[in-house]
Write a protein that binds this ligand. Sequence first.
Ligand code: ATP
Ligand code: ATP
Ligand code: MG
Ligand code: MG
Ligand code: MG
Ligand code: MG
Length: 274
Amino acid sequence: MAGTKFAYVRNFELPDPLLPDTYLVCRLDGHSFHRFSDEHGFAKPNDERALLLMDHAAKSAMIEFKDIMLAFGESDEFSFLFRKSTNLYNRRQSKILTTLTSYFTSCYVLYWSQYFPDTPLRYPPSFDGRIVVYPTERAIRDYFSWRQADTHINNLYNTTFWALIQKGGQTATEAHATLKGTVSATKHEMLFSQFGINYNEIPQRFKKGSVIVREIVAPESSDKGEKLEPPFDPFHQQCSKVKKKNKLETKVEVLHCDIISDEFWLPRRHLLEN
Ligand code: ATP
Ligand code: ATP
Ligand code: MG
Ligand code: MG
Ligand code: MG
Ligand code: MG
């Protein structure tokens, strides 16, 4: 196969391994989703169907890529945390990034009609992606805190911005001008006194984003119902049982909770452990 005179060109392909024993964070972001959301009639400021579709695509990606321990999504983006000992594709950067990005994008398209039954896709959406390696647990926690704080800041801004337009009759330019330089307490106050919106009552999904976590299934429940069917080979059964015991069963769950405080992380040591 490699024996032709042309094969030397292969040597121009350079290896791109990611640093060993470091956490990998892959963040995907919709390309030009400002336009995409307009052309597909997304509700503003938060189209719940679009968020549910993003969650579905991210959950599918976590079922496909077992080394993803945690994902966080808001708006048109999702961040995926790979465990630090992952050896997926020998940690080749472009292979991991392109495969995950295209898998996510395909899922987004595949499941589109489940969430937008009356809105045909007008053109193919695409996502950009990047991988950043982080050396410490602290950096990972700060990374996810950064994204969730961003969700909150953007959501408060967008909620007020769209209230000024939809309920206050302002143009986009006027609404931006109204909000220029305001602190968050002012936005809460504007929402409440001018539009009767209590920010605290806005759905958690919009305020906290989506946290998709790989949870360990309690061993008792995973053992249930397992019985040996005759005829069986005792040695083989033993081997497969041992193998099963060492590999804990996990499931993937979507939450809308705080991930900045210890409360999320302390009971979930497995997310950062290896
Ligand atoms: P880029 O290609 O640089 O990422 P972009 O237009 O995608 O450009 P972003 O900063 O990623 O810019 O912002 C995404 C935009 O998509 C938001 O500003 C918002 O207008 C829109 N959007 C994404 N998800 C939703 C949603 N669930 N509901 C309403 N609008 C959304
Ligand atoms: P990898 O993920 O490493 O690329 P792969 O299974 O995709 O693994 P490739 O070396 O890329 O392996 O080979 C692609 C395979 O897909 C071919 O060997 C062939 O079996 C199948 N295939 C692709 N296109 C066609 C086609 N048009 N008709 C029939 N088979 C095809
Ligand atoms: Mg971007
Ligand atoms: Mg975008
Ligand atoms: Mg974005
Ligand atoms: Mg192939």
